[in-house]
Design a protein around this ligand. Structure first.
Ligand code: COA
Length: 180
């Protein structure tokens, strides 16, 4: 499978609707901000506060991420942006073999298999581009995400050196790694 084909997938959600997974583009910035703000507003899930970033900043961030050899993919369900995953590649000679992964699926689209298809796509992409390790940080209380990460092969790499402080309080960070 070519790299471009690897990043375009269609299939059924668990409740029988169709999903389309594809690379993120500039046109997704507004919907991505709405998705991030919605998940941030739930509290206790991601290290972000609602309204933290504008659509313009999101576009710029996408450009920087892609220029650095990273990955940004989205999944839509019936035309609605339902989830997003990005991998930020290390920028230094000694970190270029590593990628830092972040994923969100909107509240109303969870439990439909989208998180798993986003993770599996990112892992295949990371292998195809020659990354050696994927890593992520997850709030230690986020059992749903931790379960998914374990199921696709991530193992715990210990707790972060500091607690993360967000708009809704302090959180212990669990570090996880996947050797590719
Ligand atoms: C974590 C997250 C990405 C999972 O996405 P999802 O689309 O709901 O996941 P899937 O439907 O593909 O389910 C994958 C696995 O997650 C786990 N999972 C799903 N729903 C769950 C639930 N209600 N309780 C516990 N585990 C659950 C299961 O292991 C599931 O495997 P299964 O399909 O074999 O049962 C999503 O819940 C999310 O974005 N949450 C909010 C933001 C967040 O926490 N991001 C991660 C920050 S580090």
């Amino acid at each position: 499978m070519s790299r471009a084909a690897l990043l375009r997938r269609e299939g059924p959600t668990h409740d029988g609707r169709r999903y389309l997974l594809r690379p993120a583009g500039d046109g997704d910035a507004e919907a991505l901000i709405a998705l991030q703000d919605g998940v941030a507003a739930e509290g206790g899930l991601i290290a972000a506060a609602p309204g933290m970033r504008s659509a313009l900043e999101e576009s710029v961030s996408l450009g920087v991420l892609l220029a650095g050899g990273g990955l940004s993919i989205v999944v839509e369900v019936e035309g609605v942006l339902a989830g997003h995953l990005e991998v930020r590649r290390g920028s230094e000679t000694h970190t270029q073999h590593r990628g830092e992964l972040a994923i969100i699926v909107g509240n109303e689209h969870r439990g439909q298999g989208l998180g798993r298809v986003l993770m599996n796509t990112a892992i295949e992409w990371a292998r195809a581009v020659g990354l050696e390790t994927l890593s992520l940080g997850v709030f230690a209380t986020n059992t749903r995400a931790i379960r998914l990460y374990r199921e696709v092969g991530f193992v715990s790499g210990g707790h972060g050196p500091t607690r993360i402080r967000t708009h809704d309080g302090d959180h212990d960070l669990l570090l996880m790694n996947l050797t590719l």
